[in-house]
Ligand binder design. Sequence first.
Ligand code: PMV
Length: 361
Amino acid sequence: MSKSEIPKNHQYTENARGTVSWRSPSNIALIKYWGKKGFQIPSNPSLSMTLSDSFTETLVKYSLTQNPGTISFDFYFEGARKPQFGQKIATFLETVSDIFPFLKNFHLEIHSRNTFPHSAGIASSASAMSALALCLRSIEQQITGIENENDEFLKKASNIARIGSGSASRSIYGGYATWGKIASWEETSDLFASTLKTNIHPVFRDLRDTILIISKNEKLVSSRAGHGLMVNHPFAEARIIQANHNLHELLEYLDSGDFAGFIKVVENEALTLHALMMASNPGFVLIQPGTLQVIEKIRDFRKQTGANVVFTLDAGPNVHLLYPKHQTKLVKDFINDELIGFCDENKFIDDKLGFGPQKLK
Ligand code: PMV
């Protein structure tokens, strides 16, 4: 944007300061987004389950800046300045300032906190970026006075969140959400996510997710670098075909309540994600011996008990254990008896399918 296009501060004087705040959850992908084409466009559609209790709360105070034309903000994470996050936010705000020109007229004071412990090995970019995107969307509404329909509000928030972190686009919606163009599905797009409106069988409507913290160390290879290694990856083309195939199968199982089918697809996606990492050039390994031991235990337990319990993995060593609510006792006993010993300081986080973000202010 040229300097002359930047709105003058006096255009904003009526709503020159205010505070907005959103709570936004993390999500766990069942069909994984891994690899992109162009700027934040996914190579394949993905599908995730939005979580409930692992969320970020972000509060933004905005006021007219003394230096219009530049991005100006202070960022506090759990009460303290965090320069390593600040840089990421600076890049994000600069990138979205084409969409939100007001960003060059206002100073932002951003306060953020997570309910899940930082450095617990839980990816926080989905909740953090979606919470910030929603705050920016609310500021836009307040200073322009233009109220959008809820659908439009969320769609644009999802588009903005995607620019910060692809998976964050899905956290804008509760329940199950997809992101990325699905052939013949009108409402799907590479630019924003949408909530899954197809029938969801009752067995999948109250899914629990217990996240077993195998390691809380920061991962050595970022998602950004991992996505980058999918360019010229020998299996890239096959992966796109597989992901689309798995997505359609999963949609059928979510509808019919076929838990065995659900297990087959979800575990295939988790293992494929890490196989793709290992087959990259250079290859990298994010799972740990404990991850594999836990997977083996889960598969044994399932064989012995016939329980509906399934694992998935994020881009890291921690294991998400998904199961229907009515099996909570059985699975929690199993975790306490057999899995907890593999968890870093015996840590795990209990979460479940959630309803999506909430406006706090
Ligand atoms: O949103 P990003 O760029 O951090 O990438 C997320 C990648 C995975 O978490 C591994 C998969 C997904 O779809 O969430």
